[in-house]
Ligand binder design. Structure first.
Ligand SMILES: [Zn+2]
Length: 317
């Protein structure tokens, strides 16, 4: 491979875009952040994506580098084979042929991916799951979603919707999920659900709204109500992860998203709860994500490199 090659990587979220130029060995040579400003509507967001990607390619050339491909990660339902952003609640995409638009504008091979799947790809190949072959990456934030990565490739599913672990049924009589069904994992154990549950039970003590991180903190400080809410969430997560292990038999589960920032307050009790649920299944290693909010952008870069057949990452070590 010639020197100076880079890919243009964008991770488009509901509020911001994380963007980078990344070398084939995974080293990031430039990063940028831009507001998504989704309220402007999908057409304007697409315009910004193309402008930012084009700008990064120009900056690479100005620095004597050669952009060889573009990788773009977006949330929602993504048809990776056709390169279409099918649907997204927070960015407003409806059947946007983002890959073809980018190819037309930049003249570079382009890959489109799903934000959680490419985040899992990055964690499995460059981050906390590195060197372990079979990885389940679980992002726990406002919702819960996962990516199953085997030997460096994330399963997409027949309809682009693999990994929706947040909609595993864990509490049939539980709160209603955003998808319409009661008792889904993310209706019980997402960061948003934990905050809601605490607020509901603490109503009489009239506390201000509390985040999941604060619930974890209060639980650690010995507050009984917070301890109860936190433990309920841990038990539900363990049920979800046990189902994941029954399906995928992975070596490593990597926990990412906002809730994983609770660190050992999450991991220690969750390991114990998962251990209790293992019968004949081998217990996976449960670890925190290593790449933070860079994972999506790095994963978009990996997707771009894969698209042009360049695989020269540190994971071979
Ligand atoms: Zn659901």
């Amino acid at each position: 491979m010639s020197d100076g090659q880079v890919v243009v990587a964008l991770d488009v979220g509901g509020t911001g875009m994380k963007c980078a130029l990344v070398r084939p060995d995974g080293v990031v040579v430039r990063t940028e952040r831009h507001p998504t400003d989704a309220a402007r509507g999908p057409a304007a967001v697409v315009g910004t994506i193309l402008d930012v990607a084009g700008g990064l390619a120009d900056k690479a050339r100005a620095d004597g580098l050669t952009p060889i491909a573009v990788g773009i990660a977006v949330p929602g339902v993504v048809d990776e084979a056709r390169g279409v952003a099918v649907w997204s609640a927070n960015v407003g995409f409806r059947d946007v042929p983002l890959r073809d638009l980018t190819v037309r504008r930049l003249g570079l091979p382009t890959a489109l991916g799903h934000d959680v799947r490419v985040g899992g790809l990055a964690e499995a190949r460059l981050g906390a799951g590195r060197g372990t072959g079979h990885v389940l990456f679980v992002a726990i934030g406002t919702g819960i979603a996962a990516a199953h990565v085997v030997d460096g490739t994330a399963a997409v599913g027949a309809h682009g919707a693999a990994g929706e672990i947040g909609h595993i049924l864990v509490r049939p009589d539980g709160p209603r999920c955003g998808c319409g069904r009661p008792g889904c994992l993310e209706a019980v154990a997402s960061a948003a659900a934990i905050g809601r549950r605490y607020a509901e039970l603490a109503r009489d003590t009239a506390d201000a709204p509390v985040t999941a991180a604060e619930v974890a903190e209060r639980a650690a400080a010995g507050e009984p109500l917070a301890g109860q809410v936190w433990q309920e969430a841990i038990e539900a997560l363990a049920d979800g992860l046990a189902s994941g292990q029954a399906l995928f038999d992975v070596a490593t589960m990597v926990l990412g998203g906002g809730l994983a920032q609770a660190g050992d307050r999450l991991l220690t009790p969750l390991r114990a709860a998962l251990h209790e649920r293992m019968t004949f299944h081998r217990e996976p290693q449960l670890v925190a994500a290593a790449l933070g909010d860079e994972a999506g952008c790095l994963g978009a870069a990996l997707l771009a490199l894969d698209a042009v057949g360049v695989r020269d990452h540190q994971e071979k070590r």
